[in-house]
Design a binder for this molecule. Sequence first.
Ligand code: HEC
Ligand code: HEC
Length: 301
Amino acid sequence: MKLWSFLALAVGAAGAGGTAAGCSIQQRTPHQASAAELGLRVPPDSELPAGPLGVSIRRGRALLRNTRDSLPGYVGSGLRCFSCHLDEGARTNALPLIGVYSRFPQYRSRNGLVNLLEDRINDCFERSLNGKALRRDGGDMRDLVAYFAFISRGVAPPGEIPGMGLRQLGHLAADSMRGRQLFSQVCARCHGPDGAGTALGPPLWGPLSFNVGAGMARLRTAAAFIRDNMPIDRAVSLSDQQAFDVAGYLVSRPRPDYARKAEDWPNGDPPEDVAYPTRAALKKGRGMAGRDGGGERARKP
Ligand code: HEC
Ligand code: HEC
């Protein structure tokens, strides 16, 4: 196992269990209440069902942990699912997966369709992992959905939980020159001076990063994730402005393209921070929404 995934697992185990080890390296703020403090329950392994369902759930979690090694044909980046869904999907304000099974089906404006959980999973394969969609009825997809159902036990539809998604920050203009400086002072020790990743942290840009169509390639999404979660060993040490600055630098860096990006938001309603033109918006005469606009951002675009 790579050192950074080991580190994350150790932090994850502490965070989920609320042990002292987690607190000693993290200064908690109100935005960083653990899942347990918010009354959320992550089902312990002792609740794994016996038999084939239990085997499937375990395998699903293993795929999320070691995505690239387990599914090499479907991952085009150096990331794994838990690179962004931190603490194995149990950390609030870090795209938690608790309750996710109850949040679908869900209408999403990005493709203008009612999405099944399988669609959403494949979105992250194609964009966040710059890879390929899994077969919707194949064994790998079944195992992933089985794990998502397990981590969602006890959360009734519509599945909204405290700390869901990312915390919305007020919009600030990003200064990517300041962001670049901050990156080398704070982030480079784990993510590498060139953003290509090290043994301590995954890539942030370059050929092994998420692609331009990923949610994390959007300024406000990246800023909110970074603000509450990075640096991973000292989360919530940046100000909102610093998070926007470093996110601005990050999203300005080169990364893989997403071939079908122009088809996104087919109703012509892309959020303000989408950095590429979409066909429908152009048709509507909106052109580029402009990545520095100050409009509202839905929590789950
Ligand atoms: C680069 C960061 C990143 C990685 C890696 C990543 N995701 Fe995501 N994921 C996101 C973001 C950001 C969102 C939601 C916000 C959005 O759509 O803009 C999300 C949302 C989701 C959701 C919906 C969550 C909800 O609360 O409704 C699921 C399910 C999901 N991802 C599954 C996966 C799977 C499976 C993988 C691995 C194949 C993965 N993700 C890898 C960033 C990531
Ligand atoms: C102590 C090491 C460390 C530092 C410092 C650090 N990170 Fe991370 N970061 C990680 C690890 C580890 C992960 C992945 C977690 C996992 O795999 O469980 C991660 C994940 C990420 C991700 C999502 C996955 C990806 O690679 O796209 C982003 C974005 C990110 N970090 C940005 C930053 C920024 C910006 C800074 C500086 C403000 C920073 N990090 C500082 C260790 C670090």
